[in-house]
Design a binder for this molecule. Structure first.
Ligand code: 4AD
Ligand code: MG
Length: 430
């Protein structure tokens, strides 16, 4: 019976054939252990000299790492392995040999692994991270569909700069200037006026000269936008959504979390509601913690965010930032013009900001003023202003950075391991 590793549990005691690669090998005079992988999972193949033809045992002993094979064997339950099964190998057919595979079981430096990202993806650890990424995406579609949102795809090539003009990737669009999208938000606002509750999922680009464990040049964002939702309503959606994806990963990726050595007890606590703290109170708190240099009006750096997050065992919303720190489209607080109705969601354990969101300005005159103050050319935003001309309504939305979220849930230190082919400050290869 031809099957895959993930499905062997259905065939205990029977002989199966699996297309696989030899991820690793260990052998003695009497027994050889083949660590097999087929994309669906990992299983140990056991070749016992006394139980197979001599030629098969010799083949198992000499087989090289990443050789592709059809392997046949009897499926056995194995309580010692987290996967629960092993394969008593009866036959090996080599499909294609692999000679001098560069990534050996010994330790390699990060740059070496990044240069071999196309192969590094095959490792058990990277496999686990990609499966968790996939589960977060799956749960995202499930959550928003259940909640009545419509998936809308904003364009990648745009003429606008929602998140400020300093980090734009410029390109020519025939004779016009164009930019790679920093955020689909402005288009999602238009979509919310047509469809009510919408969400997008797509690549976004920031020409940021940042070289940190949280920054990618190309990253993927989930951007919901809701008509008639005000500031509080927005936070309620965010905490329900984030809880949902964490609980989905716990339910469906226990093997992967185990492979990564993730402390599950920290994730089990991630359930709505999440704590909320104003920017003002965060500044006071930081002063008490000894960050005396930070002043009202300054943005938080990674150490500040980490200090605030350490206070909680759930993600924390920091709300009501100074207007001067945030993009042009955010709705000011009615009682305090100097702060906006926004929130950043800061993940626990030092993973930093995973969501930025706000209520949007729905008054035409105020929005025009803001565009002027930010030196944005109102011609490029004519369509965006028109959303305020024809039946404007309060509305809110947010953007969740997928890679930072994968890093946090997986417990992986750096975002470079959370996307198949990371685009970093000094890396476009492979
Ligand atoms: O806070 P940001 O810049 O917000 C927006 O783009 C809004 N227009 C979203 C919206 O309201 N629809 O980005 C949102 C999130 C951040 O919280 C972070 O998780 C992620 O996107 N992000 C990055 N992730 C990796 N590398 C970068 N360079 C990132 N910049 C932002
Ligand atoms: Mg932000």
């Amino acid at each position: 019976m031809k099957t895959t590793i993930i499905e062997v549990g259905k065939f205990v005691g029977q002989e199966v054939t699996i297309g696989a690669w030899v991820a690793n090998k260990r052998s003695s005079g009497k027994i050889a252990f083949l660590q097999l992988r087929d994309g669906t999972g990992f299983i140990q193949g056991v070749v016992v000299k006394a139980e197979v033809e001599e030629a098969i045992f010799q083949q198992a002993k000499s087989i090289t790492q990443e050789t592709s094979i059809y392997v046949s064997g009897i499926v056995r339950e194995d309580e010692r392995s987290p996967f629960g099964y092993e394969l008593g190998v009866t036959e090996i057919k080599v499909i294609s040999e692999s000679v001098d595979y560069p990534i050996t079981p010994k330790e390699h430096g990060t740059e070496f692994l990044m240069d071999h990202r196309h192969l590094w993806l095959r490792s058990k650890r990277q496999h686990a991270v990609m499966k968790i990424r996939n589960e977060i995406i799956r749960a995202t579609y499930e959550f928003f569909n259940k909640e009545g949102f419509v998936k809308v795809d904003p364009p990648i090539l745009t003429g606008s700069a929602p998140e400020g003009t300093s980090e734009l990737f410029h390109t020519k669009y025939f004779d016009e200037d164009a930019y790679l999208s920093q955020s689909g938000q402005l288009y999602m606002e238009a979509a919310a006026m047509a469809l009510g509750k919408v969400f997008s999922f797509g690549p976004t680009f920031r020409a940021e000269k940042s070289k940190t464990r949280r920054h990618l040049i190309e990253f993927w964002m989930i951007e919901p936008e809701m008509a008639f939702y005000e500031f509080e309503d927005n936070l309620n959606v965010q905490e329900a959504y984030v809880s949902y994806i964490v609980q989905s990963v716990l339910k469906n990726c226990s093997l992967e979390l185990n492979t990564l050595g993730r402390d599950i007890s920290k994730l089990e606590q991630i359930k709505a509601p999440f704590p909320r703290i104003t920017y003002d109170d965060a500044i006071t708190f930081l002063h008490e913690k000894g960050f005396t240099e930070i002043q009202w009006g300054d943005d938080f750096g990674a150490p500040h965010e980490t200090a605030i997050a350490e206070n909680y065992d759930k993600p924390v919303f920091i709300t009501h930032y100074p207007t001067s720190l945030k993009p042009f489209y955010m709705q000011p607080d009615a009682d305090r013009e100097e702060v906006v109705l926004c929130a950043d969601l800061i993940a626990p354990e030092g993973y930093g900001e995973i969501i930025g969101g706000s209520e949007r300005i729905h008054d035409m005159e105020l929005l025009k003023q803001r565009l002027d103050q930010h030196n944005l050319d109102s011609d490029a935003y004519k369509w965006y202003l028109e959303l305020r001309e024809y039946g404007s309504v309060p509305h809110s939305g947010f953007g969740l950075g997928l890679e930072r979220t994968v890093a946090w849930i997986s417990g992986v230190e750096h975002v470079r391991e959370t996307i198949p082919f990371p685009r970093l400050l000094n890396r476009l290869y492979p």
